[in-house]
Design a protein around this ligand. Structure first.
Ligand SMILES: [Zn+2]
Length: 261
């Protein structure tokens, strides 16, 4: 194994990606802020949930995710106090957002514990709603990772995405196995994006390849950390997918791969 140090600019760029809006890209912190503000008016929020539910029901679609969530978590019957508590929990996540972007494994473990404690403290009785809040926030982080894989601007002319992230480490070999080369070749589209040019859609395009990003702590089990640099290890496909998949590794033993400077 090769021990890695996360370059300072990775932490800085990542913090901007997660905590600052640019042009039409709304960062996750702002998205949480918007919902947190809605939670401060629980009557209106509950009305929105009801209206959304009936609208989806009327639209004759197959069972949608909205309907499924509202029914599975009994959202129609949640109380004002639950909605207010939802806002309080979002507040905790908003306050930890920068720490999620810069924290090492000890810091992430602290955040996870404090998040679980906040859920129980603020929503002590309604277990279904508690699970909803946990899943809702987790899904937002997972979506954010999906978007990050495709990429977005953090400032004028500066793209920040999975490929730029991996490139910043300047690695030639997978740090887990120390055997397979990991190589980034940008596709024509990615080059155009990185240079801020428009993407030509008609001409034949060169495809690219890039190393994978391993979620050391599996992202479906620890969605809160799906965008944390200390949990995003550039790796080869074999180490990321074939060997590990979504299994919980003995991470405390392995995790020291990414050391804090
Ligand atoms: Zn490998």
């Amino acid at each position: 194994m090769i021990y890695l140090t996360i370059p300072d600019d990775v932490l800085e760029n990542h913090k901007i990606y997660m905590c600052e809006d640019f042009a039409n890209r709304i960062c996750l912190k702002t998205q949480f802020n918007v919902i947190r503000n809605k939670c401060q008016r629980p009557m209106i929020y509950k009305k929105m949930i009801r209206e959304e539910y009936h609208r989806e029901k009327r639209s004759n679609k197959k069972k949608s995710k909205v309907i499924e969530n509202i029914e599975n978590y009994s959202l129609i019957s949640c109380k004002d106090e639950d909605i207010i508590a939802f806002g309080e929990i979002l507040n905790e996540v908003i306050n930890e957002m920068e720490n999620l972007c810069t924290g090492d494994i000890n810091e992430l473990t602290r955040i996870e514990k404090s998040f679980e404690n906040a859920l129980i403290e603020h929503i002590p009785r309604n277990g279904k709603f508690r699970n909803y809040v946990r899943a809702f926030i987790g899904d937002k982080f997972l979506n954010s990772y999906t978007n990050f894989s495709r990429g977005g601007y953090i400032k004028e002319g500066k793209v920040w995405n999975r490929i730029e992230y991996v490139e910043s480490f300047n690695l030639n070999v997978c740090p887990y196995c120390n055997a397979n080369f990991i190589l980034t070749i940008k596709s024509d589209n990615q080059v155009a994006r990185a240079e801020g040019r428009n993407i030509e859609t008609k001409t034949e395009k060169r495809r690219g390849t890039s190393p994978e990003l391993d979620h050391f702590l599996p992202k479906h089990k620890y969605p809160l950390f799906s965008m944390s640099p200390y949990n995003l290890v550039p790796s080869c496909k074999i180490c990321n997918q074939s060997l590990k998949g979504d299994i919980d590794f003995n991470y405390e033993e392995f995790y020291s791969l990414l050391k804090q400077v």
